[in-house]
Ligand binder design. Sequence first.
Ligand code: PLP
Length: 282
Amino acid sequence: MTFSASNAPSKTVLTIAGFDPSSGAGVTADLMVFAAHGLFGTSAITALTVQSTRGVSSTHPVAAEILSSSLRCLVEDLPPAGIKIGMLGTSAATLAVIDFLGEFRASHPEVPVVLDPVLRSSSGRELLDPEGVEILRTRLLPLVNWVTPNIEELAILSGRPVERREDVQAAAVSLQQIGQTTSGPIVVLATGGHLLPPDDLLLVAGSEPRWLSGEHIVSNSTHGTGCALSSALLSRLVLGDEPHAAAGAAKGYVAEAIRRAVPRGSGKGPLNLGWSLRAETS
Ligand code: PLP
């Protein structure tokens, strides 16, 4: 076996998301993605969930004061080179993240922030309350650089129906306008995992919209795909990729993680997020 070791400290990245005890989604999955990209991950938990591969049976918010103090405690000591936001759970958690980001962004405008606007689990459980959805749309979006909605999230956040591939671009443009910040428009990566073919639309201000082509992989190991994509995207941005390269690399990493997954559990199983870490044998 050969391991290549380096003493150079890897960059630190932060995930703000929910805890999935089955490790397919949420912070434990995000930390695996960061590790697979050679980054050091820290996490602030917004909510505990009770779930397995069979779906989410309940969600339990962490008190907003605990979330706020975790965020402040972490950034003072382990300042992140990038932040990913996933499941928020409640309007109180969303407001706590907005307070934190407002301050953090003022002093660290160069740090990329990727928002995966998790609204509902694939098993149908609400993962952000309705007041939280409105606050996310109007107050959190303008504080982030990237947003990675799936088709359902894109429709809800843009207020436009998105049923077919032809609907995606107009909705993504609307979302970009809602997310307009003082430092420019946000980048939208609309993920089309439920479209056929499962292509993603990338909208970067000043560039033509670009479809990133995806391959339909028949698999039951798809739990946490959105979490993995947004964490991989953040990782690539922190490693220095420009937007198109970062989105393409993240999509490729996730496709490979689905392809190399081994079945686990009796429902929708986790991806193989550590596929790139397998030690080479010699
Ligand atoms: N549970 C947690 C904690 C999550 O962060 C997410 C993220 O999307 C989910 C569940 C949903 O995963 P899925 O859409 O694969 O059900």
